[in-house]
Design a protein around this ligand. Structure first.
Ligand code: NAG
Ligand code: NAG
Ligand code: NAG
Length: 449
């Protein structure tokens, strides 16, 4: 699974030939598929021959006294997809002429943005991927362009990916997607997709990449999302509301963005048990309550950003165990108390990391934090720390601290669930410095590495 998802993920970001990666490396989740598909790839050169054979086949001649007209010849996979694509072209305004070569005389597999592959079961050539990223197509004359015009009615059930970043698709997500047997990736980012979370669309067992950011989706995030085998969940910049489900930590995903929605309630404790969590953006919601100490369990977390919420309480000492963290952002909340020194000692933060605690009510920092302030890794502006510039006024701090504040189980905030192993020179040097992926999702354009 690890290699598969990594391969898929990087191929998405590089926008490279996804299918070829699957096929040539033979790393599809189901081995049977992998085998037949990689075999299949070698045969794509024979595509034209295959088409001719299938096209010439036709159905048996009707018998003379047949009461009904004969059934229309069954279209092969490619012809059926071609029909759907040409029909779609007839429905759109295409200001950038993205579909200019979708015309008679052009092979379907040469259509701009269309990827073909040999279908595993019957070895027919089929449209396996649609990539309209950045095409900016819309419905004609300002009419809405429903997603179902291309994704619906099982028109191209052979699809393994559907990438349509930055277009004018509207309406809800068709439920047909759940029936696509080899569907891995859905990218509907930066459209005008409406409705509730498209739960039916994520029922494909193979789906690993879900990008719904920058749409107009509403309602709660269903708990079923965290039961799926997704590696990437980008749903930032929608209008999702309510609390995150308690089972959040069941997700095997590595990259999650929930930023800039209208989510409320606490960050679920179970976040700390998400096994692969590497980057998570919760910023720009209305989360409240105290931070769960369980977050300190996230050994692989590189990015953890809860800025711009209504969170409060101290930073749990367990955060000193976030041994891979490079971007820890708690800015623009109502956190208070002492910034724990063990957090400021984390090597991955000290070495070109970013610890942003601005616009809170912290009133003390540990000795290791002072050097981080100097080196500009730690931003504590607009807090209540005596002796530092750019702090809140003493009056404002006085009124904040006047009312007593507590978190549930306050003593747990002093528990350090790991051995402090910092200070060894070796751990200071080997810090991975890959650029974070998730911050790029905060811009609507398609993702590229
Ligand atoms: C994610 O975690 C699960 C459960 O621990 C593990 O089996 C899987 O290999 C992990 N995937 C990645 C991509 O690390
Ligand atoms: C969602 O949040 C935005 C910004 O915080 C706010 O303006 C808007 O009223 C909220 N909408 C709902 C439905 O809560
Ligand atoms: C740290 O992150 C904050 C918030 O994203 C950003 O404004 C700031 O420029 C970053 N600082 C450095 C030194 O990269």
């Amino acid at each position: 699974m690890g290699t598969t998802t990594k391969t898929i993920f990087s191929s998405v970001l590089l926008c490279s030939l996804l299918l070829q990666l699957y096929f040539s490396e033979g790393v599809v989740a189901q081995e049977v598929v992998a085998k037949s598909e990689s075999e299949a790839l070698g045969e794509t050169e024979k595509r034209e021959t295959l088409e001719i054979i299938i096209g010439g086949g036709g159905s048996p001649a009707p018998s003379p006294e047949a009461p009904c007209p004969p059934p229309p010849p069954k279209l092969n996979r490619l012809d059926r997809a071609r029909r759907a694509l040409l029909n779609f072209k007839s429905l759109i305004d295409d200001p950038n002429c993205y579909t200019q070569n979708w015309v008679d005389g052009t092979d379907t597999c040469d259509f701009n943005g269309i990827r073909c592959a040999t279908y595993p079961t019957d070895k027919q050539t089929a449209v396996a991927g649609v990539d309209l990223n950045g095409a900016r197509v819309t419905g004609q004359n300002g009419c809405a362009l429903p997603l179902s015009s291309l994704l619906g009615q099982n028109q191209i059930p052979e699809l393994t990916f559907f990438h349509v970043n930055s277009n004018g698709f509207a309406g809800s997500v068709p439920t047909d997607v759940i029936n696509f047997p080899y569907f891995f990736e859905l990218d509907l980012s930066n459209n005008k997709v409406k409705g509730q979370f498209p739960l039916d669309a994520i029922k494909s067992n193979l789906l690993v990449f879900l990008d719904l950011r920058f749409n107009e989706l509403t309602g709660p995030i269903p708990y079923q999302l965290f039961q799926r085998d997704l590696d990437v969940i980008f749903i930032n910049n929608n209008h999702f509301t309510q609390c995150l489900p308690q089972n959040f930590g069941s997700t095997p995903a590595r990259y999650l963005t929930f930023a800039n929605n209208n989510l409320t309630g606490p960050i679920p404790k179970s976040v700390g048990y998400a096994p692969n969590l590497t980057e998570v953006l919760f910023l720009g919601n209305q989360f409240d309550g105290c931070l769960p100490i369980e977050i300190g369990n996230l050994k692989k977390a590189v990015v953890f950003d809860v800025s711009k919420n209504l969170l409060t309480g101290p930073i749990p000492l367990s955060f000193g165990c976030l041994k891979s963290i490079q971007y820890l952002n708690l800015a623009h909340n109502k956190f208070y108390g002492c910034v724990p020194d063990n957090v400021c000692q984390i090597p991955s933060l000290r070495n070109n990391g970013n610890l942003s605690l601005a616009d809170n009510y912290f009133n003390e920092v540990g000795p290791s934090c002072w050097s981080l302030i100097k080196s500009k890794v730690l931003d504590v502006s607009k807090n209540c720390i005596p002796g530092l510039p750019n702090q809140r006024s003493p009056t404002e701090c006085y009124y904040f601290y006047k009312t007593k504040k507590t978190c549930p189980n306050p003593s747990s905030f002093y528990t350090v669930p790991c051995k402090s192993h910092w200070g060894h020179p070796s751990s200071e040097t080997n810090v991975p410095t890959s650029a974070p992926v998730t911050y790029k999702t905060l811009k609507p354009h398609r993702l590229r590495l």
